[in-house]
Design a protein around this ligand. Structure first.
Ligand code: MTE
Ligand code: MO
Length: 360
């Protein structure tokens, strides 16, 4: 793979793996902004980043309904109304290092910064699919592919979502060409990427060039193998291989909260900030903090939440009696689910959602 033509990367990120480029900001910086500024948006790549010229960039749409359709990005922009959605993009490997502390896991060592809350602008995937005559059914899948760049484990990068989800207006699935009201940069998948609010980042295919309506999920490695929560007894890829197909590919990430920063206002007062993300059972309703390992909990103040898909920012000023200690955070959603105390180990270190924790 050739990395020599990559555009410059943000220098505000910690590089966790240089080639492919994988980098994250400190969570303490993230929680300072409701919308994550571009220079703090993590980069998760399975191959080199490439730049394309928007005017000559096209996507192919292959469905059984009509013969293949090719549409350029300028055509997409002029044919369909612009939609804007605020949604948190989060890698399934967020907090992997905490899971890896239980027992080693396979994957890039991420802390808690592989998340970005952005405003995404683009066209609704449902408008494009309706235009080409695709009808709703509950069996089909929309497969996304990027043949435009190379990647590590397959010939192309691919993912899929259920067709019914793609067509539901309220699910807000976009083909995005803007991030935070700026043209989508090459680093984040420009000219065109998929935005699937509420689903793990792996389905948000960057440098999208092909959409296929299929009776099956995408056959791509990243849909079929990677990004599955395997049971804890499967510890190696050799053990996983014969059973991989039995386990569901990931969709929504679980209810989560993270402590981003602790500032000592005085020797006995802490100002604590963090973020939380919902699972698929309704939005975040509350985040509580404990100074005594979960015996007592204190409600925090929610400072930001927008629509159904954003992250939730929270903060609290809290009295402490010890000179040092450990804080925990715990989120609750509208359905009454509570973030669990422990995260369940899995080989790929995905979907870690134990109570947030930070020492002070
Ligand atoms: N073509 C392509 N799309 C991709 C990836 C990739 O490696 N190649 N990585 C996926 C993963 S695992 C995540 S978490 C997000 C990361 O998006 P970002 O780099 O803009 O933060 O993009 C997804 N889309
Ligand atoms: Mo990811």
């Amino acid at each position: 793979m050739d990395f020599s033509t990559e555009p410059p990367h943000s220098d505000k990120l910690f590089i966790q793996a240089p080639q492919p480029f994988n980098a994250e900001p400190p969570a303490a910086s993230l929680v300072e902004f409701a919308y994550t500024p571009e220079e703090l948006v993590y980069c998760r790549n399975h191959g080199p980043v490439r730049e394309f010229v928007e005017d000559s960039y096209s996507i192919a749409i292959k469905s059984a309904v009509e013969k293949d359709i090719l549409m350029s990005v300028p055509q997409l922009k002029s044919s369909f109304p612009k939609a804007r959605v605020v949604a948190a993009l989060q890698c399934a490997g967020n907090r992997r290092n905490e899971m890896g502390a239980i027992k080693p896991v396979h994957g890039v060592g991420w802390n808690s910064g592989v998340i970005a809350n952005c405003s995404w602008g683009g066209v609704r995937l449902r408008d494009v699919l309706n235009h080409v005559g695709v009808q709703v059914d509950n069996q089909s899948h929309v497969c996304f592919a990027s043949f435009a760049t190379l990647c590590q484990d397959d010939k192309y990068y691919g993912a899929s979502i259920p067709l019914a989800k793609a067509l539901r207006m309220e699910d807000d699935v976009l083909l995005a060409y803007e991030m935070n009201d700026e043209p989508l940069s090459a680093e984040h998948g420009g000219p065109l990427r998929v935005v699937v609010p509420g689903y793990l980042g792996a389905r948000w295919v960057k440098w999208l060039d092909t959409i296929i309506i299929s009776p099956e999920e995408s056959p791509n490695y990243y849909q079929q193998r990677d990004y599955k929560v395997l049971p804890p007894e499967i510890e190696t890829k050799d053990q996983a291989r014969p059973v991989w197909a039995k386990f569901a590919s990931m969709t929504a990430l679980p209810l989560n909260s993270v402590i981003g920063s602790i500032f000592k206002v005085s020797p006995s007062r802490l100002h604590v900030k963090g973020y939380a993300t919902p699972g698929d059972c309704g939005n975040i309703a509350a985040i509580d903090i404990s100074t005594d390992s979960g015996v007592t909990w204190h409600p925090t103040r929610i400072t930001y939440q927008e629509g159904r898909w954003s992250w939730t920012l929270w903060e609290i000023e809290i009295q402490v009696s010890e000179p040092s200690g450990e804080l925990h955070s715990r989120a609750k959603d509208e359905a009454g689910n509570v973030q669990p105390r422990e995260g369940i180990w899995n080989m790929r270190g995905v979907a870690f959602n134990a109570w947030g924790t930070m020492k002070w």
